[in-house]
Design a protein around this ligand. Sequence first.
Ligand code: 6LW
Length: 499
Amino acid sequence: MIYQNPIVKGFYPDPSVCKVGDTFYMVCSSMQYFPGVPLFQSKDLINWEQIGHCLTRESQIALTGVNSSGGVFAPTIRYHEGRFYMVTTNDTTHQNFYVWTDDIMGEWSEPNYVDQGGIDPSLYFEDGRTYFMSNGSDEDGVPGIVQCEIEIETGKKLSKSKTIWQGSGGRYLEGPHLYKINGSYYLLAAEGGTEYGHMVTYARGNSIFGPFTSYASNPVLTNRNLGGYEIQGIGHGDLIEDNHGNWWIISLGFRQIGRWDTFHHLGREVFLTPVTFQKDGWFIAGEQGTTQRTVDTDRISDSVVQKKVKSVTFADTDWKKDWSYLRIPTEENYRIQKDRVQLHGTDVTLDQADSPTFLGLRQREFCAKITCDVQTDSGEAGITCYMDENHHYDLAIREKDKVFEIIERLNIGNIKSIEHIVIQKGSKIRFQIVAENSKYHFYCIQEDKESPIVLGEGLTRYLSSEVAGGFTGVMIGLYASDQKEGSFANFTNFTCEYV
Ligand code: 6LW
């Protein structure tokens, strides 16, 4: 079959994958968004269906007060003796922890914390023992991939933390995963930083504890030399064997806009690259060590059809899977019904690294048409293209001193531009965003009026990781702020269509 990368589009970074029976399971990082760690399943490695999140309770993840792009960093998912484990870092509190479940469709446990520093933890099980790896420095101050044995029931350390590999020389050695394949131990890692220099590297050894010998042709996978190619930032991967004995790397990467002066605003996404073991036991990946957009492979049956990203409407959405809050929400400010959302806005605004009343959906394709009817009798309510508290484009109804107006507000760092149109109190306004590669076009239609009003446009570049920084991607958010007590804004007829 021929498949297209990315296999999962939109802000779903740092993928990790495991297989149980004939089903693959995948988790991604989620930073300041709640619920944390989206969880997917797939039968064919190409089509992934989100089945939930691992961190659904505040007791599992402290997100209050975390900075944007703080919070939940790269997770690892593993399955051992009937139980799934998901291990990750809260980068803001500097805690590594794992949760577990015996029912992948159900809730996950309370966290067990592991007293080893660094980020990107991973687990490896063998002979009744559990090994915990992260990047950082060991107890002797040696930097690299650090390993200790833990008691899996509690997370308690059973051995000293010791550095087992220092990478191939690239900066930001992270994302370690250990595997035993055909009698050898393989240690996979990311280097180069999660930007244009990102890469997957590995080493091999005869023992869990090393020594590990670096693959002579590291990096085994990177797009860092493919200048101008749409797919960049390939790195931070996990190895997986399919049902037919073929190996793959599932990694993150991003789709850049432009050829020279490039940027990306949809965040880091999930890519699939074939891996081939050679006779000498070392493996190679992709097309000459690169991940291609289009992959023609006979490893996956022609009967597998890659599905397009689904459009979302209020009538056809799963509120618990498709939508996210910023940090821990105050639940009574959200009334989610079948065909509408009602939001009560507090004095926390989108400009604060806090928890404004906000419900967001990942923008998953460059080209999209987003429409929503909004009505409010106080304060501000609208829709936003949101990268972080300093970079977002808002379309809203705003009431100030009993004057109601439609606003288009562009927030780029500390530069703000606002357009206003005065309207009748209580009017229902249809907002529309037409997203293209490099621009968002903003429109509104007033109730009882036919023709749309052009509100303006915003460049996607200014919401990109290159401008805003950080590790997230653009979300399409519904929000409210500054409302009178007891007042709720109405959001109806929402559609996010990918065209
Ligand atoms: C993650 C690190 C990385 O923990 O980005 O791409 C960090 N690599 O491994 C944040 O997602």
